[in-house]
Ligand binder design. Structure first.
Ligand SMILES: [Zn+2]
Length: 261
């Protein structure tokens, strides 16, 4: 293979699928090229040296050769690995959710370094942080900002009046953010938004993760933002995310078995 037909990338492995007899198709996200599907030939053979370096949700330095349909992994070396993701179904479910969002918002052959580095930092947090609800909500808010779908939290999406933090306002997916008390009380398909929910959304939007970590926020409040943001994102993507229902099922199972999330 000539040198010009091969190149190096650093990629996050988002999805793996068996292909053919012994190959594996990988959906990855790279800083330079965005979302890509590549093939690791022979990766399922026990003798394969590549396979150990192509784990789900790891960051891998790869050498790729141009292929007809998919580019081919010729060398792979793990750059970052998050061991605790595999030891907890709860951590894993959040990682699946992040990967699915990245696959849906990421563009093919069009990388975004900020999105790439947000994803790596999020995997690191899902690996270690105890508050996974906080990690995922922070990721969603940053993702929406980077993708240009930031919800409007300061001016009413209907009358443009400033939104007060002291009263109940309304969350409107259709309008793309918050409606004031007056407009929201007549609107259809809106959800009441409490002052503490609004404050937390605003804080998430404007502060780095390290500051969000220091907030004293109840689990109930963190969880209350989940349906608001997930429904917002699902509407943007115009299709239901598989991992959302997976997470819901998992939580139901855990609560019936007495495990606290
Ligand atoms: Zn209004």
């Amino acid at each position: 293979m000539r040198e010009s037909h091969s190149y190096r990338v650093e990629a996050i492995v988002l999805q793996r699928k068996d292909y053919g007899e012994a190959d594996r198709l990988l959906s990855v996200y790279t800083a330079e090229q965005g979302k890509m599907v590549i093939i690791a030939k022979g990766a399922r053979k026990p003798s394969s040296r590549k396979s150990g370096h192509l784990e789900l949700f790891s960051v891998v330095k790869m050498q790729l050769a141009r292929g007809r349909t998919w580019d081919i992994v010729t060398q792979a070396e793990t750059a970052a690995y998050f061991p605790y993701l595999r030891q907890s179904l709860r951590r894993l479910s959040h990682a699946y959710y992040m990967a699915e969002l990245l696959e849906n918002f990421g563009e093919e052959r069009n990388g975004d370094y900020r999105l790439y580095s947000l994803a790596i930092r999020t995997l690191g947090r899902l690996n270690q942080d105890d508050n996974l609800l906080r990690v995922s909500r922070f990721f969603e808010m940053r993702l929406l900002q980077l993708a240009g779908f930031q919800p409007q939290l300061y001016l009413c999406r209907s009358c443009q009046a400033p939104i007060s933090e002291d009263e109940v306002n309304y969350w409107s997916i259709e309008a793309g953010g918050v409606l004031c008390t007056q407009c929201g009380s007549h609107a259809h398909n809106v959800t009441p938004l409490s002052p503490s929910q609004l404050k937390l959304l605003r804080y998430l939007e404007r502060h780095p993760y390290e500051a969000c970590q220091k907030l004293e926020v109840s689990n109930t409040l963190w969880r209350s933002l989940e349906p608001l943001l997930q429904r917002y994102i699902v509407t943007i993507l115009e299709h239901k995310l598989r991992s959302v229902s997976f997470m819901k099922d998992l939580r139901q199972q855990m609560s019936t078995s007495g495990v606290v999330d």
